[in-house]
Ligand binder design. Sequence first.
Ligand SMILES: Nc1nc2c(ncn2[C@@H]2O[C@H](COP(=O)(O)OP(=O)(O)O)[C@@H](O)[C@H]2O)c(=O)[nH]1
Ligand SMILES: [Mg+2]
Length: 326
Amino acid sequence: MSDQDSVRMKNPLLLIGIGGVGTKLAAASNNNLGYDCLLISNDRRDLTSDNCDSVFIDSQPWVNPSSHKIRSLGLQSEAKIRSSLGAHSTIVLVANLAGRCGTAIGPLISRISKEDPSKKVISFVIMPFRFEKDRIFQAGVSLRRLRESSDATIVIDNDALLNNNPDLSLTKCYEITNEALCEVIASISSTFIQNSVSLLCTGRPDSKSAESRVKDCLSMLYENSDPSAIKMATLYLMGGAELSVGTVNSIANILHEIFKQREVVDVSLAMHNSQALRVHLLAAVHETTRFNNYDPLAEVIPRENTLDWEEMESSPDIEITIPNLE
Ligand SMILES: Nc1nc2c(ncn2[C@@H]2O[C@H](COP(=O)(O)OP(=O)(O)O)[C@@H](O)[C@H]2O)c(=O)[nH]1
Ligand SMILES: [Mg+2]
């Protein structure tokens, strides 16, 4: 792994949570980290953390505003958002792309951040379940845009977790993926994040051994990516105090063996102390993932022919007085 492959982050760092789940995870992670923090949502209930600044997007006249509507209302707060990003050198975004606010505002923030090319943008996003048909397309479009204006994009896919563990309840699924995201965000200062798309995979907390959790991670990874597309992998082993050196060694050997066959450049272990055992795998992949199919039009229409690429699609309220023609 060379220096150019990973994102060089500089202080000051701003953690931004977008939408219901994004704000919840950003505020929770920031309790331990103590960076600057900004929460953005169209729901006031998401903006209650004492330690974070907030931008409220007022979608009041609308009961269930679409993603496009929230984006157009968000554009009205652009100046405020821009000034909050101000002096920060690293922007870390957290958004749920199964949510409307997340899909609407996430790409907006990364685009504004990247107006200053010296800023580093790292986006953490959650992808919807496959059965959430109405959300898949917006999630695909939003992910594509976020990737274009982020130095690194880390994706956790609820669908891949559920596919491998159909016995899990929705709440349990959310709990597992939320926890994995928070723990990786919490260790952001001590690990290298690859400057590409990375898939975050996690082991079930009720799997007994560390080895079986590594297996969980690998099956989740292969749901999203072709094995040959994996460039680099980092295994997060937490709860190191309980693990024997022999176990850690055997896991490292197994992973090296698997990924060597796939010609993956490097596998590194990140050991963090925590009370309970946790295993997460962060795998950087070449550009194409399963998520490209979520937005199939982008596969056929070249970017230069995409009319709304520069100014993203939004639905402003335009009052037109239609004269009575009678
Ligand atoms: N990943 C995840 N999804 C959740 C969680 N809680 C609820 N959801 C799902 O995410 C959807 C909307 O999330 P939210 O972040 O509030 O959307 P947004 O505020 O419009 O961006 C809900 O309809 C739920 O299906 C959670 O803790 N984690
Ligand atoms: Mg919400």
